[in-house]
Design a protein around this ligand. Structure first.
Ligand code: 4NP
Length: 148
């Protein structure tokens, strides 16, 4: 299974989702491939925001080696699930989608159409965002395993 996490800049939220998910998947030896991308291209090839790197490190995850990439149409073919952090990401990703098979791969990361708040302009949000993403990653693994 191949899962892509998507946010706007690919430096705050989706790198956390990528790093946490990969860590948990490796612990369980599931062999799934995890990546992330941004709908914007400003930060391509940059490491994650230092606040995301720091909060992840505090909780035992190393996301320091990840680098930002820009979401592109090829990713609809390369991944089975494309999980987006908010409604703007959903709109921007679906703009690039072709037929129904591609659209069906795209879902909000959180359950019940909730959004992960962008913490970029409020440093106090990084820890709650981390905790929300970590909890949801655990749920998603259980849900995907259930669907198998
Ligand atoms: P992210 O946060 O989408 O969670 O990575 C952002 C990071 C950077 C920008 C916007 C959102 N930016 O405008 O540069």
């Amino acid at each position: 299974m191949k899962i892509l996490m998507v946010c706007l800049g690919n430096i705050c939220r989706s790198p956390l989702a990528e790093g946490i998910m990969r860590h948990l998947v490796e612990e369980k030896q599931l062999g799934w491939e995890i990546a992330s991308a941004g709908t914007g291209d400003w930060h391509v090839n940059e490491p994650a925001d230092k606040r995301s790197i720091a909060v992840a490190k505090n909780f035992g995850y190393d996301i320091s080696k990840q680098r930002a990439s820009h979401f592109n149409k090829q990713m609809f073919d390369d991944f089975d699930h494309i999980l987006v952090m908010d409604q703007n990401n959903l709109r921007d990703v679906l703009k690039l989608a072709g037929q129904e098979g591609q659209r069906r791969k795209v879902k909000l990361f959180l359950a019940e159409d909730a959004e992960v708040t962008d913490p970029y302009f409020d440093s106090a949000l990084f820890e709650p965002v981390f905790l929300q993403i970590e909890e949801r990653c655990k749920q998603l693994i259980a849900e995907f395993l259930d669907q198998d």
